[in-house]
Design a protein around this ligand. Sequence first.
Ligand code: SF4
Length: 228
Amino acid sequence: MPKRKWREIRPSYDTAGYFKQKILRWVYQNPGRYPWRTAKIKFHTLIAEILLQRTKAEQVIPVYKRFIKDYPSPTAIVVSPLSQIKKIIAPLGLRWRARKIKELAATLKNRYRGEIPLHMDGLMTLPGIGQYAAAAYLSLHNNKRALLVDSNIVRLYGRFFGFRVHAETRRNSAFMSLADLLTPHRECRRFNYAVLDLGRNICRPKPLCPICPISLKCHYYNYGKEQK
Ligand code: SF4
């Protein structure tokens, strides 16, 4: 089957429905057990999104646990020396994040009285919070509809629907229209967890197709390895 161009992406009702139904069931049966997913304090989920930037989730777990134990609130961060925050997140590298976390805590405390905005525009004014982190915070931790796209999700969509992807694909309007079409209004949290976990754990660079829940209709699996 020939490769298609992004502007030709118009999955049939059946294919889109199959994709959604299968991955929603899969994530229900295979919930990712990460501590920030059950965090009781919303501020901690925002911290997790900063720690997860360019870092594997498994690496973040022990640092996150130590961090929220030492810093239960924005105020605790504001009064802490920057050097202490740097020391805790040092195992993750990217030590500039310590300064961003301190700026974030100060902004929340001073400008928002400790409350976290619940809309994209407000979130993206916060230090250290870009489009992805804002969408993750809204959808994964507040069940509000937001399109979540990272490199793993781009690869998953590209393989399943049969399109070549590259670093700029996530800025492609046709690709974002596809993400918009697929992302449900209800169950957005579960859907985004599903594409996140499936892209990261199953549709890896070396994909685990034999155990993938959507292999039956996957373009890559059924029509040859045209995608990278
Ligand atoms: S069948 Fe393979 S290539 Fe297709 S979505 Fe699943 S893991 Fe990815």
